[in-house]
Write a protein that binds this ligand. Structure first.
Ligand code: NOJ
Ligand code: CA
Length: 570
């Protein structure tokens, strides 16, 4: 039914002579820098995040794996992806689905072998696709040999690799810090009668980054992978590498308790300590030797904090993720304008993320339940045409949903069990990729580790590849345009029609070349007169659009949630 309505809309556009074509392919303008020899390759690249458990299963055990990823490289190339960030695929007890690493220099057997990784790297290289690994820097698994030795005695070689302290009093932890995953952040270990610190699960003890031996070991891990062909890392939880050495209690900021029943604290003494910047400079120095990129999971409160992660001389993270964008979860031109302007004023190159394995998908955050596919295209047209590097989460390109678990007994993510029903965990964000409309969406021939959402029947790669009006085809067109148009890649950003409450519009300009983007964020048709002349351009010719979008003498008509992207002329 939904598909039939969609095809009718598509047909309506095709037969309308006065409106712009629904989609048009970009034209080559100027030649682009060659990625392989360009140290700034990450500025021109489109990144794609893969949650390996859920991407493609090659051996029918219900869990995605590296061979599965390799088998989809042509799909990714075709989509317009230049780099894949694979969330942790290292040996792990999988308490936090890989974010509890027990060996940084190997592959978990459930995902394959180092030989499989090498094959993936070689095949990716053939297609000019970079591989980014996820480096879990703050903590290891409690099964990592470093921790097993550390806990074995107070005098063990690795004792000081983690954070061990006496309790405040018998039966009382060293201070009031709570774990972000629930309960005290301290776990008592009867073997040595001390507590160890864990910001996340007790199975994820925090490393002691004040110990130079830890720094050296972790820096060496990055070298090991660079030599294996990796082009960079996404650094997990970098905000929290250091803690106040005197372990002062955190202030309690509110009445009541959180989803886990813990007091509401401000993480004043265990996050964002300035010492982290020395570590980032060290990691960057090594990265620069390999033309590699460092992406940061940085939960910055404002642009001043974001700037700190770029480093005073742009010598820390190239791409600290700015999650403020993910907090604008209503279609508000004013809010996006504000956020885009702020990021553009930052001291480094922007990064745009609209969802990931911890954040509900954009389809649900912005969808109104009626025009979700159109809204998915609108959001794509936004984050893929801004000045900055986009990081696409797998499945966004086909309009995957975030179905939260409906029963506690189905929940896989442990925080969804301890926090139920207030916190249902992150299973909804991590469901299997929908490749086709066969059983289990073509993800596995076995039983998928997480149920496939029922929307796979209408939203899957195979069907959308054959549907010129699909979200997938729209992504492909946008990415093709992005790769071939210098103004979109590197041009300046300029907001126009800034007082319009319904339409977000802006220019991307490089020399004489320019692109105009206009996005109707409302459910009503809109007509606006684009401010082109006052910005030195006479008119625009459509390159990509959705809905019935037409520009006549700078008067633009946009369908509900419609998109217009045009090439400017003087
Ligand atoms: C951030 C990761 O994105 C999340 O999935 C994980 O649970 C925590 N860091 C702990 O590593
Ligand atoms: Ca598998």
């Amino acid at each position: 039914m939904r598909r039939a309505i969609f095809l009718m809309l598509w047909f309506g556009v095709c037969v309308s002579g006065v409106t712009a074509q629904k989609t048009m392919v970009a034209q080559e303008t100027t030649s682009l820098p060659k990625k392989t020899t360009d140290p700034d390759w990450w500025k021109h690249a489109v990144f794609y995040e893969i949650y390996p458990r859920s991407f493609a299963d090659s051996n029918g055990d219900g869990i995605g794996d590296l061979k599965g990823i390799t088998s989809k490289l042509d799909y990714l190339k075709n989509l317009g992806v230049d780099a894949i960030w694979i969330t942790p695929c290292f040996p792990s007890p999988q308490v936090d689905f890989g974010y509890d690493v027990s060996n940084y220099e190997n592959i978990d057997p459930m995902y394959g072998t180092l030989a499989d990784f090498d094959e993936l790297a070689a095949e990716a290289k053939k297609r000019n696709i970079h591989i980014i690994l996820d480096f879990v820097v703050n903590h290891t698994s409690d099964q990592h040999p470093w921790f097993l030795d550390s806990k074995s005695s107070r005098t063990s070689a690795h004792r000081d690799w983690y954070i061990w302290r006496d309790g405040k009093a018998p039966g009382e932890p060293p201070n009031n810090w709570v774990s972000t995953f629930g309960g005290s952040a301290w776990k008592f270990d009867p073997v040595t009668n001390q507590y160890y610190y864990h910001y996340f699960y007790p199975e994820q003890p925090d490393l002691n980054w004040r110990n130079p031996a830890v720094q050296k070991a972790m820096f060496d891990v990055t070298r090991w992978w660079y030599k294996r062909g990796v082009s960079g890392f996404r650094l997990d939880a970098v905000d929290i590498l250091f803690e106040d050495p005197s372990l002062r209690d955190n202030p309690i900021t509110g009445p009541g308790v959180n989803a886990f029943g813990d007091p509401i604290e401000q993480n004043k003494y265990n996050t964002k300590l300035p010492e982290v910047h020395n570590v980032l400079r060290g990691l960057r120095k090594i990265a620069d030797e390999y033309d590699a990129v460092l992406i940061g999971e940085t939960w910055t409160a404002d642009i001043a904090e974001l700037n700190q992660y770029y480093g005073k001389n742009n010598n820390e993270l190239q791409l600290p993720m700015d999650f403020l964008f993910t907090k604008v979860d209503k279609l508000s031109p004013a809010e996006f304008r504000k956020q885009i302007a702020a990021v553009n004023s930052a001291s480094g190159w922007p990064t745009f993320v609209i969802s990931n394995h911890d954040i509900p998908r954009s389809y649900d955050r912005y969808g109104d339940g009626q025009h979700n596919d159109e809204i998915a295209k609108l959001m794509a047209a936004l984050y893929l045409t801004l000045r900055g590097t986009p990081i696409l989460y797998y499945g966004e390109e086909i309009g995957m949903k975030t179905p939260p678990p409906t029963r506690k007994q189905d929940v896989k993510d442990p925080i969804g069990r301890t926090g139920w029903p207030k916190e249902k965990g992150r299973d909804g964000e991590r469901t299997p990729m929908q490749w086709n409309d066969t059983e289990n969406a073509g993800f596995t021939t076995g039983i998928p580790w997480l149920a496939v959402p029922s929307t796979y029947k209408t939203h899957n790669v195979a069907d959308e590849a054959n549907d010129p009006g699909s979200i997938l085809r729209f992504y492909q067109q946008l990415l093709k345009l992005r790769h071939s148009n210098q103004a979109l890649l590197m041009g300046s950003y300029k907001a126009i029609n800034e007082h319009n409450d319904n339409v977000l519009s802006y220019l991307r300009v490089m020399g004489n070349h320019g692109i105009v983007v206009a996005l109707n964020m409302s459910g009503d048709p809109q007509k606006i007169r684009l401010e082109l002349r006052r910005n030195g351009f006479a008119s625009a010719k459509v390159l990509v659009s959705s809905g019935h979008s037409a520009l006549v003498a700078n008067n633009l008509s946009l369908a509900p949630f419609g998109v217009f992207i045009g090439e400017l002329s003087k």
